[in-house]
Structures are given as structure tokens and as C-alpha cells.
Design a binder for this molecule. Structure first.
Ligand code: PBE
Length: 270
């Protein structure tokens, strides 16, 4: 495959995910910024459809270019997947997943605020839940519940200094991806053990930020920053409390199978 053939064979199309995803917005920016992507389009559908297209392409050793991210199980299942270099830095460098709270939460529900603020874990923690759910077919909630049992050291750091409560209601907004289903499920279960009554509502990223800024929910664990959700964040940054990263070392970008003989977004052809 020479480079021209690759661009032609994928029909100048990047296989994307949900229209509302941050990575979709970021990829539209990349298409505008890179001359090599002039005239390209981003085909949006769903994460499940992207993964199916990726699996089929790999089975047939055909070229495909997808929007991809970590933490996700696709890199464990297909170890030769690679990110294309992004010399313009459109996709940012190391991404964090951050916790945002509504204004007033600390005063209204200090114990909830404390545990939400203390929640943090690693890429490996999050991926272990995602892999196990993918492997066993068990729900994220079921695997998260086992993870909580098996990781009491970490859990006790989050609950340090947090008093038990009696049914205090706490609402999270989250996104529908497995990564955020895992984090929300873990913290919800830990908080329920402390006596909180927790609700998690998955919505599009734009709605996640609005819900926290409007005070419709108490907090979210689902903000990918500084790049992925930059536009959503900038709109509301004065109306929220930013509690910083709950996970460091996430990543987003353009991903291709290892048999494709290109290494940079600039290797593509308009
Ligand atoms: N993601 C996974 C989401 C956030 C979590 C990278 C696909 C996005 O908004 O792009």
C-alpha cells in the first residue's frame, strides 16, 4: 500500500463514533487544520459500529482509519493498533479525566463533596474493569462491584474522613462510554456503602457540562481535558468547580492497524 492508495482505499473517510462525542468535535478540527485531510470526511455512527468496522478491516487486512482513545479494550485485543502522529497537536498531549462539581456542593453536602474530590485512580484500574467486562460478558456494574471489594486500600483513601450519611441524594451526570460507566459505577457503589443514595445519568458530553453548570446534577467524573471536551468546558468554566484529574494519562487520536504503512496524519493525502 502506498500512501495515495491508503487515502483512496478508505475513500478519504475517517470512521468515527457518536456525533456528540468530544473526539468527533476534535476530529472535525483536525480535518480543518491538516492540509493532508483537505476534502476528507468524518463518518459518525456509534462506538459499537466503529469497533465492528475496525474488526472487519483487521480480519481482511484492509486499511481503515478510526477515531480511537485510551482507556479502551481495543488496544488489548488488537495490540498492533497505533496512533498516527499529530504534529499540530490538535488532539492534545496526555489527556486527563477530570471531576467537576456544581457550585455550592461543598457547602450543601460536605461529605459527598469530600469523597467525590478524593476519588482518583489509574488507567490500569479503569482498564481492568473494561477488559474483564468485555472478556466475561459480565456487566460493568457487576465487575465494578468486584473491583471495589478487591481494592479496599484505594477505596479507603477515597472515604478517608468521610462520615456515614443516611440517604443523602447525590446525582452524577456521565457519558455512555464504558470508561465513564466504570468510574461512575465504582464511585456510586462506594458512596452507597457510606449511605448515599446515588443516581448516574448518561448523556452527551455537552449535556454533562451544562447539567453541572446549571446545578441540575451535583458532579461528573466524565470530563476529558484539556483537549477532548475543551469547547464544552470553556463554555461553563466560570459556573463550575473543577476538582482536577481523577485519572491521568488518557489519550485520544486517529488510530490505524499496524499493517498500514503510515505513521502520521500528514502521511494522508487530500
Ligand atoms: N471518548 C470516551 C469520549 C469521552 C470518553 C473519548 C470517546 C468523547 O467524548 O470523545
Amino acid at each position: 500500500d502506498n500512501k495515495q492508495n491508503i487515502s483512496e482505499e478508505v475513500e478519504y473517510t475517517i470512521t468515527g463514533i457518536e456525533p456528540g462525542a468530544g473526539i468527533t468535535v476534535t476530529t472535525e478540527k483536525a480535518i480543518k487544520e491538516y492540509d493532508s485531510l483537505n476534502g476528507w470526511s468524518l463518518e459518525t455512527s456509534s462506538t459499537a459500529a466503529m469497533v465492528t468496522a475496525l474488526e472487519e478491516a483487521i480480519d481482511n487486512e484492509e486499511p481503515i482509519i478510526v477515531t480511537g482513545w485510551n482507556p479502551h479494550w481495543k488496544f488489548a485485543k488488537f495490540p498492533d493498533l497505533k496512533y498516527l502522529e499529530d504534529p499540530k497537536g490538535v488532539y492534545g498531549g496526555a489527556e486527563n479525566i477530570q471531576t467537576l462539581a456544581r457550585k455550592g456542593l461543598e457547602e450543601d453536602k460536605p461529605n459527598a463533596y469530600k469523597i467525590i474530590d478524593q476519588f482518583n485512580w489509574t488507567v490500569e484500574d479503569m482498564e481492568s474493569i473494561m477488559y474483564e467486562s468485555k472478556d466475561t460478558g459480565d456487566s460493568i456494574d457487576a465487575v465494578a462491584s468486584r473491583w471495589v471489594e478487591d481494592n479496599q486500600n484505594k477505596v479507603s483513601q477515597w472515604t478517608d474522613g468521610v462520615e456515614d450519611v443516611d440517604g443523602v441524594k447525590v446525582e452524577f451526570s456521565s457519558t455512555p462510554w464504558d470508561s465513564e460507566r466504570a468510574s461512575s459505577s465504582v464511585l456510586a457503589q462506594v458512596m452507597e456503602q457510606k449511605g448515599f443514595d446515588v443516581t448516574v445519568t448518561p448523556v452527551d458530553p455537552a449535556a454533562v457540562f451544562e447539567a453541572v453548570a446549571n446545578g441540575d446534577v451535583d458532579a461528573t467524573l466524565a470530563a476529558w481535558l484539556p483537549a477532548t471536551h475543551k469547547d464544552f468546558y470553556n463554555k461553563v468554566k466560570n459556573d463550575i468547580v473543577d476538582l482536577g484529574p481523577n485519572l491521568e494519562g488518557a489519550k485520544i487520536g486517529v488510530v490505524v492497524p499496524g499493517y498500514m504503512d503510515i505513521s502520521s496524519i500528514e502521511d494522508l493525502e487530500p
